[in-house]
Write a protein that binds this ligand. Structure first.
Ligand SMILES: [Cu+2]
Length: 171
């Protein structure tokens, strides 16, 4: 009887644990560009862009007052010169622009309102292929932190598992 309680008691915890491990590896992040400052003048986007590791499937959200700014995806040379007469890949102007990062490549963004790009409203990010897309990942060497990340995930899973068993013993 007691054995039965243990088995059924820990079952939901195990399901939860499996779901957690699965989602943790595949869920995409939405990044608010500039964090609480949004997309605006006088924000240091060079340092903002270095705070995160972007992976394929993540989304950038540019939040600003429509008409005051915009967000152009551009080529690297256009990013460097701020001359948008050439090298514009995409234009976003809604004030709440969601840009899905579909490719593992470098993305470059500028604001095309006069003077804003030169004033600092520009950044580049290096979007990496996610761990979850390993079937299409052609890189022969896994990222250096993937082993420890997997280990962390498993040790967390083991903790949850142990916790589930303890919980079911006392419930
Ligand atoms: Cu602007």
């Amino acid at each position: 009887m007691e054995d039965k309680i243990v088995r059924y008691g820990s079952f939901p915890v195990i399901i939860f644990m499996i779901c957690f491990l699965f989602l943790n590896g595949t869920v995409s992040e939405v990044y608010n560009v500039g964090d609480e400052n949004g997309w605006d003048s006088e924000v240091d986007y060079a340092s903002w862009s270095e705070k995160y590791n972007f992976t394929v499937g993540d989304v950038l959200e540019f939040k600003y007052n429509r008409g005051q700014h915009n967000a152009f995806e551009v080529t690297e040379s256009t990013y460097r010169t701020c001359d948008t007469s050439t090298g514009v890949v995409s234009k976003y102007e809604s004030g709440e622009d969601k840009v899905k990062l579909n490719e593992a490549k470098k993305y470059w963004f500028v604001c095309n309102v006069s003077g804003h790009c030169l004033g600092g409203m520009r950044f580049g990010i290096d979007v990496k292929a996610g761990n979850s897309s390993s079937t299409t990942n052609l890189e022969p060497i896994p990222p250096p932190n993937s082993g420890s990340r997997a280990f962390d995930r498993w040790s967390l899973g083991l903790y949850l598992f142990a916790f589930g068993i303890l919980l079911s013993l006392f419930c």
